[in-house]
Design a protein around this ligand. Structure first.
Ligand SMILES: *Cc1c(COP(=O)(O)O)cnc(C)c1O
Length: 364
């Protein structure tokens, strides 16, 4: 049984050495005689593991002690609801920049708790652009300004904090679910960054929330203790039983990324991988089409369309026969989508690029 090239958008491919190590350690972790998922999260061994994972994660992203790092059960969508509860007063305004599907889910999850103001939207371009930051309309009293670093479905990215943010912009809260650790970022520019793990960090079922500590002083809104990020910080992400196995797998993935050379290496590799696909698309005489403005294109998710829906389906079916998995586009926009996260090797993308050229030759 061999492994295919897995282009799934999330849950998605994990590094093979991570899976092999997990398999090796599955029945007997560290000579304990039990797996990591069978022991207490309060055991000295697990607490030591959790400490080490936090230290590695901070090192990978360059996170200083001015920020708290939380590992929480639940997904990015959970964070999209908890962030307004924790960091905005009831009915307070939050500014949101809308660049695609996940910006809209952030609005939907926040709407019961706050007044959402759309600071900018690229809906008129059908989410193929990023509205220039100089034109974002920020509210005077906003609790924070939310945007999505990488729109996983539309393939649109705001890779770095825009230089020309409005002077009155509130602290940035950024959804990094599908691009965290894909390249270096300056964490000090953000108030909060959060990510579900299942795109670039590990398995589904755990998320990371990185919060500038001064924001934790905010009163927020009435909420149960279990929804209170301050409580989670005070208890080192062990307020209740954490998803220990997911946490462990996330740790192995982070360790692998550091061993690979960290985010500078991934930036170079990811840009190269993305360029290979965009080059085939742009050089195909319109056979493959990616509608995103080049400056806004994602280096993690590359959506594209063939001349007809029939050809999209044929392409996906034939790719599966050629040992490539997960290329069907999201149902919201259709077409084809190649997700090429950190764990996707260059060789996998080369295989897809050759397959695309061959498909065009035989079907164009
Ligand atoms: C996948 C994804 C989400 C949703 O994550 P869940 O873990 O399913 O809640 C949110 N934002 C972005 C950018 C995503 O890629």
């Amino acid at each position: 049984m061999s492994r295919v090239w897995n282009f799934s958008a999330g849950p998605s491919v994990l590094p093979l050495p991570v899976l092999e190590r997990a398999r090796e350690e599955l029945t007997d972790w560290k000579g304990i005689g039990a797996s990591v998922m069978e022991i207490s999260h309060r055991s000295a061994e697990f607490i030591d593991l959790a400490d080490r994972i936090e230290a590695d994660f901070r090192r990978l992203l360059g996170i200083t002690d001015d920020y708290a790092v939380l590992f929480t059960a639940g997904g990015a969508t959970t964070a999209q609801a908890l962030i307004p509860l924790n960091f905005a007063a009831a009915g307070q305004t939050v500014d949101v920049v809308v660049t695609g599907h996940w910006s809209k889910t952030a609005i939907k999850q926040a709407a019961p708790y706050v007044r959402v103001h759309e600071a900018a939207t690229s809906a008129p371009s059908e989410f193929t652009t990023v509205p220039p930051a100089s034109e974002w309309v920020c509210s005077e009293d906003a609790a924070y300004l939310h945007y999505t670093a990488n729109e996983t479905i539309h393939g649109v990215a705001i890779r770095q904090v825009p230089q020309d943010l409005p002077a009155n912009a509130a602290p940035l809260v950024v959804d990094f679910s599908s691009s965290i650790a894909s390249e270096p970022i300056d964490v000090s520019r953000y108030g909060i960054l959060y990510a579900g793990a299942q795109k670039n960090l590990g398995p589904v079922g755990i998320s990371v929330v990185v919060v500038r500590r001064d924001l934790l002083e905010r009163a927020g809104q009435v909420r149960a203790d279990i929804f209170d990020y301050r409580s989670h910080v005070a208890r080192d992400s062990m307020l209740n039983t954490p998803p220990t196995f997911n946490w462990y797998l996330l740790g192995l993935t982070v360790e692998w990324m550091i061993a690979q050379g960290g985010t500078p290496v991934f930036r170079e590799r990811n840009e190269m991988k993305a360029r290979m696909l965009y080059d085939v698309i742009d050089g195909s005489g319109g056979f493959f089409r990616n509608p995103v403005e080049p400056a806004a294109r994602s280096i993690m998710n590359v959506p594209f369309f063939l001349p007809s829906e029939d050809l999209d389906a044929r392409f996906v079916a034939l790719s599966r026969e050629n040992q490539m998995l997960g290329l069907k586009g999201h149902k919201a926009i259709g077409g084809v989508r190649a997700s090429i996260y950190n764990a996707m090797p260059v060789e996998g993308v080369e295989t897809l690029a050759s397959f695309m050229r061959e498909f065009r030759r035989t079907h164009g």
